[in-house]
Design a protein around this ligand. Structure first.
Ligand code: IMP
Length: 432
């Protein structure tokens, strides 16, 4: 049963890229199953910083095949650009190393225009999307009006016709909103060049994975975004339009559950969120500034894709407990533990108080969530730098205590934490 599913246990940006990079060292295949270029995975390696939006982080390991699943929505122009950028950094990308599902959906320029139009029409209540056309592309998918990567395998004329028809149909929506429509033929032309380039990479991913799994290959499923942004399980409508949770890995790749042996959640040691929507532990004072950083370092809390400053707050154990349940996590990993260093005391939101009632899990409605008052437990902080710790016993007692308490409150083992952005800056509990 050689599948490990890696899940973001918060609102995205948990540091999944670096965890996948670490897991990839002992994997054969890394497969991404949801989202598009709204994601931003950063991996630091030998002084170089790799920013990936579409291609799985496994691509940085020469032993690994990277797979892009049917659950994704792909902007072919962004993908070609990302392949070019990685090649310039010396990463080898060939159809032996990158496999793209023929059933993923294509983001068109009209989807991007519609994303912008919808966000601006929402005004104050906007979702705060990444404006990459993600929502409109998934809307066309479920509305059975989308075009798929497999259509790029068609004869060029036929693909062009489908693309033009799809853009013209979206043009009607743009027109209805009083916005300028797109020149469908001109927009389609760029896509034809990208299709030419991508054609050799496209195949049936489900069967590819099935055969690989039967042959005993190890597969890591790389989640994008996070549990609390899931279209079903997040704080709807302030969510993305895909399923970043464990179930999404199965449908987004077309693999069966009996191959899964491990569901690993990744959470930051504090909370961050970008875009709108409730965030009960959000702070706006010096502690938030401590978490966010100045923006001078790539690991500071500013969006990899949009550059927006992230909202920051104490670790929300209520949300984390929920993520453990929704995904059936077998273990949890905490990232950015080093950022907690230097704070006198640390707080964990262990429950919410809403209208006089105590909640151990998030309430159903956003209206209740907006009224939630976190019930905090305060733990001692630590002053020393922990960047060079590599074993649990190297960590200060207060840091070990913090990890132990989160594990206890979420009822899940935590045996790995990260203490810096580099590949080797991991602390592993070898006692387990
Ligand atoms: P969309 O996915 O661009 O439609 O954005 C919907 C919501 O998900 C917005 O609040 C975004 O900020 C958020 N979001 C989408 N992708 C990411 C991500 O990779 N990290 C963090 N938030 C994200």
């Amino acid at each position: 049963m050689p599948i490990t599913i890696l899940i973001g246990a918060q609102w995205g940006d948990e540091g999944k890229g670096r965890v996948v990079d670490w897991l990839a060292a002992s994997a054969d295949i890394v497969a991404r199953y949801a989202g598009g270029d709204n994601a931003g995975h950063t991996v630091a390696l030998d002084g170089e910083v790799y920013k990936l939006h579409l291609i799985p982080s496994g691509i940085l390991h020469s032993n690994v095949v990277s797979v892009m699943g049917n659950g994704m929505v792909i902007n072919p122009i962004s993908l070609v650009r990302e392949i070019d950028a990685l090649r310039k950094l010396g990463v080898q990308i060939t159809p032996d190393r990158l496999v793209i599902s023929s059933r993923a959906h294509i983001i068109t320029p009209a989807h991007i225009a519609l994303d912008r139009a919808r966000e601006s029409a929402l005004g104050e209540s906007k979702i705060g999307t990444t404006l990459r056309g993600i929502g409109p592309a998934y809307l066309d998918k479920t509305g059975r009006a989308g075009i798929r990567t497999g259509d790029m395998l068609l004869d060029v004329e036929e693909f062009a016709e489908r693309l033009v028809a799809a853009i013209e149909s979206s043009n009607e929506d743009l027109y209805a909103q009083g916005l300028e429509s797109l020149d469908a033929r001109e927009a389609a032309q760029n896509y034809l060049d990208a299709a030419d380039f991508l054609r050799p990479y496209i195949r049936d991913v489900s069967i590819y994975l099935y055969e690989a799994l039967k042959a005993g290959k190890k597969v890591v499923c790389e989640g994008a975004q996070g549990t609390l942004l899931d279209i079903d399980h997040g704080s709807y409508p302030f969510v993305t339009s895909s399923s970043p949770t464990a179930g999404g890995a199965l449908t987004g790749l077309g693999v069966g559950p009996l191959f899964v042996e491990r569901v690993l959640g990744v959470a930051k040691a504090f909370s961050t969120r970008v875009g709108g929507g409730p965030m009960p532990t959000e702070l706006d004072g010096p502690v938030a500034g401590h978490f966010r950083g100045s923006g001078a370092n790539f690991w500071d809390e500013f969006g990899t894709t949009t550059g927006r400053p992230r909202r920051c707050g104490w670790l929300d154990v209520v949300m984390l407990r929920y993520a453990v349940g929704v995904n059936g996590l077998s273990e949890l990993m905490l990232t950015k533990m080093d950022i907690l260093s230097g704070l006198d005391e640390l707080k964990l939101a262990t429950a919410y108080e809403i209208d006089g009632e105590r909640f151990e899990y998030p309430p159903v409605t956003n209206a209740q969530l907006e009224r939630a008052r976190p019930i905090y437990e305060t733990l001692p902080g630590w002053g020393v730098d922990i960047n060079s710790c590599r074993h649990f016993s190297d960590l200060p007692a207060a840091a070990r205590n913090y990890i132990r308490r989160v594990a206890e409150l979420c009822d899940v083992p935590i045996d790995i934490v990260s203490v810096g952005p580099e590949r080797d800056q991991l602390v592993i509990n070898h006692a387990q």
